[in-house]
Design a protein around this ligand. Structure first.
Ligand code: AMP
Ligand code: ZN
Length: 505
């Protein structure tokens, strides 16, 4: 079987093979934790989860690393040098408002001027959302998810190396800059080569600091700034790292190699972020390549426009699950399916209708599982990848993650009554290691951290309702029922005992 992925670096679909036989090293740019991530962000994160789960299905050992950006990401990040203010700084103002309006609940972020409290609050929220959506790397926290603020020494070591190797210099303003002219391949990923990049040209290069830079596209690695919201001692003065150096240093530092197999992110990260990451990483190691495959997800759109914080046209995971889009709660499996169902290299429009369709597909898969389980008495047969449905699913995903082809293999089959239900369960289980919707597969320990009302919590509440009713304590049983209803469950109380089910959408 040949796996082929589109590589932004070469603008071609290419055969994928990792550097080491069966191990794949993959790095994904993670969230900036100044606010809740929106579902557009999660389209990019789940795209990385899809690559990982698919490669695992076909037998690779995938080491997936993601970062948490908790310093240095500036509000104007479309230019290489950044501009405006640190997003963590900007958050301090917004959070004071959000505390007044109740958007940030009582007791959370006690001191809105403390960026570490802000980062912790939104990191926890991100991990909770990511686990609800079945993102595997979130269950590996903190081992595989790194905080930028905890890796400052690794970044400083890389900056020193870049200065030693002639790729970086200290400008007259004391800022450490990367010298883009020292790296002939600058622009290879994005097409923004140096002859295309001039000050003010298409907004790609900032007009700031031109007097002290050797080239207008030189970008900041370290800035001494006593007034910055977060700062560390360094050979270049007390200050903070540039956003781009964070990912280069964390990726190479964590993996301990010069070249990794796959680097992912959303399409807006191609330039300047990933272009600068390549220059820094290759500049510091001398290797020809930092990541063999650069893979980017296209945007999630709302009414034809990029979903983004700045446009205000976004939904958080919580918004969707709580029913803000559909007027009734949505199961996390449905949102996961919705964000994964279309090809990652096509823009995707987010609509309530799309969510309803996804709910139908997830229900079909879950019902099929229940039917097979009932018929096989729970027996799950071992199946090989040559089973025709599984083979078609894998073949489609091998073709640059052709998800609609993969689903077209599975959904009609899930309408049938299988002649061998144990075998069908085996096939579905394999497929579900990738889709993770029937059921959403993550371990119970982690789900109980996701704001309560994991399946085991719900079962316990149902039992308490039965106990309270047996003791004729109807005030308690009503209170518990209301609690489940408020969390979006359909509760059935009957002679056989209480059951609670969350409708899909
Ligand atoms: P940020 O938290 O801003 O650093 O973004 C986290 C990730 O989300 C990055 O990989 C972005 O490229 C990606 N992203 C941002 N907006 C969207 C969107 N509307 N659709 C898909 N990915 C997005
Ligand atoms: Zn990054």
């Amino acid at each position: 079987m040949t796996i082929r992925f589109y590589n932004t670096l070469t603008s071609q679909v290419e055969e994928f093979q990792p550097i080491d036989d069966r191990t794949v090293r993959m790095y994904s740019c993670g969230p900036t934790v100044y606010d809740f991530a929106h579902i557009g962000n999660f389209r990019s994160f789940l795209f990385a989860d899809l690559i990982r789960r698919f490669l695992e299905l076909v037998g690779y050992d995938v080491q997936h690393v993601m970062n948490i950006t908790d310093v240095g990401h500036m509000t104007d990040d479309a230019v290489a040098d950044g501009g405006g203010e640190d997003k963590m700084q900007a958050a301090t103002i917004r959070i004071k408002e959000d505390k007044k309006s109740g958007k940030v609940p009582e007791g959370a972020i006690e001191n809105p001027d403390d960026p570490y409290q802000i980062a912790k609050y939104y990191t926890d929220a991100f991990l909770e959302d990511a686990r609800q959506l079945g993102m595997k790397v979130a269950f590996e926290y903190p081992d595989q998810i790194l905080h930028a603020t905890e890796q400052i020494d690794v970044m400083q070591a890389m900056i020193s190396k870049l200065i030693d190797r002639g790729h970086a210099y200290v400008g007259a303003d004391g800022v450490v800059y990367y010298s883009v002219e020292s790296f002939p391949n600058y622009g290879r990923l994005s097409g923004n080569t140096l002859d295309h990049l001039q000050s003010g040209a298409g907004g790609r290069v900032s007009d700031e600091n031109q007097a002290v830079k050797k080239h207008p596209a030189d970008f900041m690695l370290w800035k001494a700034d006593e007034s910055h919201i977060m700062k560390w001692d360094s050979p270049w003065g007390k200050g903070y790292p540039g956003w781009h150096i964070e990912c280069s240093a964390m990726a190479l530092g964590k993996f301990g190699v010069d070249t990794i197999d796959i680097h992912t992110g959303g399409e807006d990260l191609i330039f300047p972020h990933h272009e600068c990451e390549i220059a820094q990483s290759c500049g510091s190691t001398g290797a020809d390549s930092f990541a063999r495959f650069w893979m980017h997800a296209r945007f999630l759109l709302v009414e034809g426009e990029k979903m983004s914080k700045s446009k205000g046209n976004f939904y958080t995971v919580r918004d969707v699950l709580e029913g803000k889009v559909t007027n009734r709660p949505v199961h996390p499996a449905v949102l996961r399916y919705e964000l994964l169902k279309s090809h990652y290299r096509a823009n995707m429009n987010f609509t309530a209708k799309g969510l309803h369709d996804s709910a139908g597909a997830v229900k079909r898969l879950q019902d099929f599982r229940a039917k097979c389980e009932a018929a096989s008495g729970g027996e799950v047969a071992e199946v090989g990848n040559s089973h025709p449905v599984l083979k078609e699913f894998i073949d489609a995903l091998s073709d640059d993650l052709n998800m609609s082809g993969a689903l077209a293999a599975v959904l009609p089959w899930a309408n049938e009554s299988p002649s061998d239900p144990a075998e069908a369960l085996g096939v579905l289980s394999e497929i579900n290691t990738v889709l993770a919707v029937a059921p959403i597969n993550f371990d119970d320990d982690a789900s109980s951290t996701s704001g309560g009302n994991g399946d085991s919590d719900v079962a316990a509440i149902c039992r308490q309702i039965d106990e309270a009713r047996a003791a004729k304590d109807f005030a308690t049983s009503d209170k518990l029922r209301d609690q489940l209803v408020a969390a979006g469950y359909d509760v059935q109380i009957g002679r056989e005992g209480t059951t609670a089910e969350r409708p899909l959408a």
